[in-house]
Design a protein. Structure first.
Length: 311
């Protein structure tokens, strides 16, 4: 493996398709930290990336989770069984779900169904409480003298943190800074969109979290879905426009018959329009195919949000 900038290695977790879901490995002075874990099935890939970087499992000090959604944290417990010296760092609201994953599994089952959860995520391994550190807003992880600053970042989920790496002037954003897939990249830039996965989407807190990150004047954002992104200020403008557009769609369709399929259709049209504006090389049908899972989950999340607004 070549030496990446600032010792930050992007690891494809293998979830769903290539370049869909990433975890990150940060190496500093012979010590290492993972950011997010992917699934149980991702663990061997993470350990392989660690070996490729010239490190052993004993050299890993930290596993930092942006939040507990299973594509980010499903493999955390299993991974930690392979990392004898590592501590788990997580938002205080997410800690209990890593110690006892029962509610986490129930929540995922409500979204995906029991068969899909078992098939995709398998049995979640609990994390011993003494290995869990709760990252209050402003908590700083010390990786061999390299500070990794954890910031509370609600909007996608209330148990979400983003991690600022001063060395690289970049953020590990989880889902707070949206998602962007490389197969949609065109000559006028990447297609980026918010992720409103159920059940805690909140548009104004999400915009506030993005603005807070921009206040650090970052040079890059490391997205879980997928990879390193440049020009954060321009990408944030795109996200703000779409957050507002998606919230407006949800409010307009709040009382519609067969609301969910109408939400899916409206979101698909919104994303296709954005892709065309950026000269995305994919057809409308290809854009819809790439974003099919995200359209479904975003529509579910918007439905939960708009019902909460009315209540």
């Amino acid at each position: 493996m070549t030496n990446p900038p600032h010792g930050i290695h992007t690891i494809d977790t293998g979830f769903l398709r290539p370049q869909f879901d990433a975890a990150y490995l940060i190496v500093e002075k012979g010590r290492a930290a993972f950011v997010d874990s992917g699934l149980n099935s991702s663990v061997e890939r993470l350990l392989g990336a660690l070996a490729d970087a010239g490190c052993t499992p004993e050299q890993v000090d930290w596993l930092i989770l942006t939040h507990v959604h299973l594509d980010h944290a499903g493999g955390a417990g299993l991974l930690l069984t392979k990392l004898p010296n590592a501590k788990l760092v997580i938002h205080p609201r997410g800690a209990r779900h890593m110690i006892d994953p029962t509610a986490l599994i129930a929540g995922a089952t409500a979204v995906y169904g029991a068969l899909e959860v078992q098939r995709t995520y398998g049995e979640l391994v609990p994390v011993a409480s003494e290995r869990v550190l709760m990252a209050e807003d402003g908590y700083e992880v010390d990786l061999a003298g390299r500070p990794l600053l954890c910031l509370d970042s609600p909007g996608h989920a209330r148990h979400h943190i983003v991690i600022y790496d001063k060395r690289s002037r970049s953020f590990f954003t989880g889902d707070t800074f949206g998602l962007s897939y490389r197969e949609l990249d065109g000559p006028n830039g990447p297609v980026i969109l918010p992720t409103t996965t159920p059940v805690q989407f909140e548009p104004e807190p999400l915009k506030d979290s993005i603005r807070r990150m921009l206040g650090f004047q970052p040079e890059a954002m490391y997205l879980t879905h997928f990879g390193r992104m440049h020009d954060p200020a321009k990408l944030a403008e795109d996200l703000f426009v779409q957050i507002d557009a998606m919230a407006a769609i949800a409010l307009e369709l709040a009382d519609a018959d067969k609301r969910h399929p109408q939400l899916c259709l409206a979101l698909r049209q919104l994303y296709q329009q954005r892709a065309r504006a950026l000269d995305c090389p994919c057809s409308d049908e290809q854009v819809a195919e790439v974003l099919a899972m995200d359209i479904e989950l975003n529509a579910q999340g918007l439905g939960v949000w708009v019902d909460r607004q009315r209540a």
